[in-house]
Design a protein around this ligand. Structure first.
Ligand code: NI
Length: 160
């Protein structure tokens, strides 16, 4: 495994649409392993392949219970609503309030190309939506109701 560089929001690649994964081979497994190392070492709860410069529909999510490897995801159900603070590894120290569904069902493939379904609630639903947005070139700031800058832990200052 190797840590990869996380691309920041100023890079136009983050606005591109990622393509489906068609080959489930060692190159994909290497990408998934590298993404996991990159995400965990940055203390993230999610990461999309485009954030390490790979325009493929691959995302990782781990909100604390387990690591989900989510390939070619389709959001098949969105129920309810939640508004809460959100951030992104590509926008360090910036946070915003974003409205998301409270409950989602995502159909996706695993690293071997096998189909599986993820039922996400609360933070997991939020993280899945955020990462799937990345695959379509959408950043959380596009959706934020209000943005914040957090300079130091526990201090939240309103930016605009
Ligand atoms: Ni993000």
């Amino acid at each position: 495994m190797a840590k990869r560089n996380i691309i920041l929001e100023t890079d136009p690649i983050l606005r591109k649409k990622s393509r489906d994964v068609t080959e489930f081979n060692e190159k994909l497994w290497q990408l998934l392993d590298d993404m996991a190392e990159t995400m965990y070492s940055a203390d993230g709860v999610g990461l999309a392949a485009v954030q390490v410069g790979v325009l493929r529909r691959v995302v990782l999510v781990d909100t604390g219970d387990r690591l989900y490897e989510v390939i070619n995801p389709i959001l098949v159900e969105q129920i309810g609503e939640q508004t809460g603070i959100e951030g992104c590894l590509s926008s360090p120290e910036e946070y915003g309030d974003v409205k998301r569904p409270m409950h989602v069902i995502v159909k996706a493939l695993d690293r071997n190309g096998k189909e599986h379904e993820i039922v996400g609630e609360g933070l997991l639903a939020r993280a899945l939506c955020h990462e799937i947005d990345h695959l379509n070139g959408v950043l959380f700031k596009d959706l934020a109701i209000e943005m914040y800058e957090i300079d130091e832990p526990k201090k939240k200052s309103k930016r605009r």
